[in-house]
Design a protein around this ligand. Sequence first.
Ligand SMILES: [Zn+2]
Length: 675
Amino acid sequence: MYALRRSLPRHRFEELLAELVEVAPRYRLDEVIVVVEAEELFPGHPTPETMPAQVEQLHRVRDALEPLGIAYSLNPWVTRGHEDRLRPNTIPGAQTAVNLHGQAATSVTCLLSAAWRANLAATWGLYASTRPRVIWVEDDIRDFGPAECYCPLHLARFSALVGHDVAREELIAALIRPGEPHPWRSLWLGVRSEAALESMEVIRDAVRAASPDTRIGLMSSGPRNHVREARDWHRVADALGGDILSRPTLGNYWEWGPPRGLYFSQDSIKLTRSVLPEGVEDFTEVESVPFSRYAKSVAFMDATLAVSFAGGASGCTLNVFDHLGSPMENEPHYGRLLGERKDFYAGLADRLGRGGKHRGINLIHRDDSAEKVRLEPGSGLADLAEGGFSAVEAFEAAGIPTIYEASPVTFVCGRQAWSLTDAEIGDLLTQGLFLDGLAAAILCERGYSADLGLLGGTMPERLDELGMFAAESIEDERFGGAPGRLVTAQLPMVDYSARFMPLHPMKEATVVGHLVDPGLRSQHPAMIAFENARGGRIMVHGWDYDTAVGPLGVSFHHPYRVQQLQAAVRWLFHGRAPLLVRGDGAWPLASRIDADDETLLSFLDLSLDPWPRVEFEFAAARRPVALEHLRTDGSWHPVDTELVTVADGVATLGWPDPVGLNEPLFLAVVWGQKA
Ligand SMILES: [Zn+2]
C-alpha cells in the first residue's frame, strides 16, 4: 500500500539509511522506492563509469530493508531527462532533443539516439542487478511539451516515410494547420509513438537480462496529454514486459488552490486505468513538491490518500520528502499520518480489492484524438492535447460520478466530437447523450442536427460578441427549474467571457431554460431535452464547457446548477441514475462501485466546510439486506438498513453524520444473501 520514494544522497547516506531503518516500520511502509540522483542533485545522465559506488549503496539499502519485511524498489530519476537545467550531455555521441524552435537541449536526449539507447541498456542493467521488486520508469520518457523532439534523427525518419526531405518549420505548420488535419499529422504521431516503444523495449530487455523477477512500473502524465505522442497504452504495456504496474499522475504537487484540485487526481486514476490492460495495478502519485508543509499540508495529503484508495488504487507512491538529504523526521507529521491512517485505508483497499464496476455518466477518451481533432486558426502544438476535463468538474461538482466504462449515458465535451467515428455517433444517439455547445455544433456540422432536436447549429461564440446577457435562467420544473432561478453568465472576472452556442431547437424539443439579458428577457435557449427518432434521449447545453467551466469553474457551479444537471442526468437514465448525491455543501466527490453482491458508495468532501449530512440517490432493484460503514480502525461496522428506502427502482440513503475533508464516508450496501 505505502511505497515511499526516498532519496539517500551520498553526502548523508549513512545517516539517512539509519533513519530509514528506524522510521519505516513506524510509518508502516510496505516498500521503499529508492530514487537515485534526482532533481537538484542530478549531475547529468549516469553512465556505467559513474555508477559503481551507487550500486553498492543500493545493495546495502535492499539488505537493510529485507529483515524489516519491507520491499526494495528502484526509481532511476531519468530515462531521457525531464528538463535541462543546464546539465551537460554526459553520453558521448548522444543526440540531444531539438525543440520546435530548433533549439538543442544540453542534456535531454532524443528517443531515437543510438548512443543514448546503448547507455540506457547498460545503466538500467546495472540498476536491475540490485534486484528491486519494481523498477519504475519515469514519466520523462514522454515526447511532448518543451522537449518534444524535432531533431535531425526524427526529421530523417519522417522524411523517409513521406519520400522527400521535410524541414522542421514545414512539418510544424502542417501539424497545426486549422481545419481538416493534414495527413502528415498522423504519420508524425506514428513516428514518435514508435520511438517511445523502441526505447521501452530497450529498458525491458536490459531489466529482464539482469533481474528476471523485477517488474517494471510506468509513471505517466495523463492520457489527455499522451495523445500528443499518440501513445497506444496496450502496446506500451507490452513493450515494458506485459506485467507492469502503473503510476497515474495526481497533479496537485503543492496546494496551489483548494482541495477541489483533487477532481483532477481522481479522474487521472480512472482514465489511466481505462486505457491500460485489465488487471494492471495502480500506485498513485502522492507528492509534495518542493516538499515541506509549505508545499502541502498534512490534511491535503490525507485527502489525496483518500482519493487514491477510493479510486481503487493498490497503493501510493509517496514522494513527500526532499531529495537534498533532509531527514524525514525534520517534519515527522507526514510519517505519523501514514502510520495512523493505514488501518482505515487498508480496510477500504481490502473491500475494493474484491473488484467491481464503477457506475456513472461515461466520458469520452480516444488515444488517437490528436490525429482527428480539427484545430482553430491560431492554435499551437499544445492544442493537440485532448480536451474534456471540464466535463469531469461539471458533473462531479454537481454530485454526479463520471466514469470511463460502458454506461447507457455518455457526455461528449467540445472538440472530442471530432474523435468519434460516425458508427460511434450513431450508437450514442440511440442511448442517453449529453452534449455541450461545442460538441453539439460539431455534430450539427457532421450532419446530425435533427438527431439532437436542433434545426442547425453554428460554432459557439464569445458572450461579449454574441450580445448582452446577465444569466442563465432555468425554467422547466422537470429539469430543476422554477421561475426566477438564475445562474450567472458573467462572473467571476470582468474579462470573463465563456463561449456559448445559440440553440435553435425543433418545436418537438423541450426548452429547459434561456440565456437572459439584464431585463430578464429571453435571448437564446440555453438547454434543451429531446427524444429522437432513434429512440435516444438527448440533452444539449449551449455552453462550451472548456470555456465556461475550464478556466475557473466557480461561475458555472451553483446549487441551482446541481439541481439542473441532476435532473437532466436522471432523465437521461430514465429516472434511475446510478448515483446522485445532495446535501448542504459544495464540491462533493462521490462514487458507486458495483461488485457481485454489493454496492460500495463513497463520498468525499473537497471543500473546507463539512457537509452536515449527505443524501445518496441510486438505482436499486431491491432493498439491501445489510449496510456497513467503514470506521477509522478499518473495520466495516453494520448500520441500520432503515436508513435506506427503495421505491420505483430508486434507493435513497440519508447519512446523518457530518462528512469533512478528512472524514470521507464509505458505505457498503449489501444485496446478497447475508443473514
Ligand atoms: Zn529526435
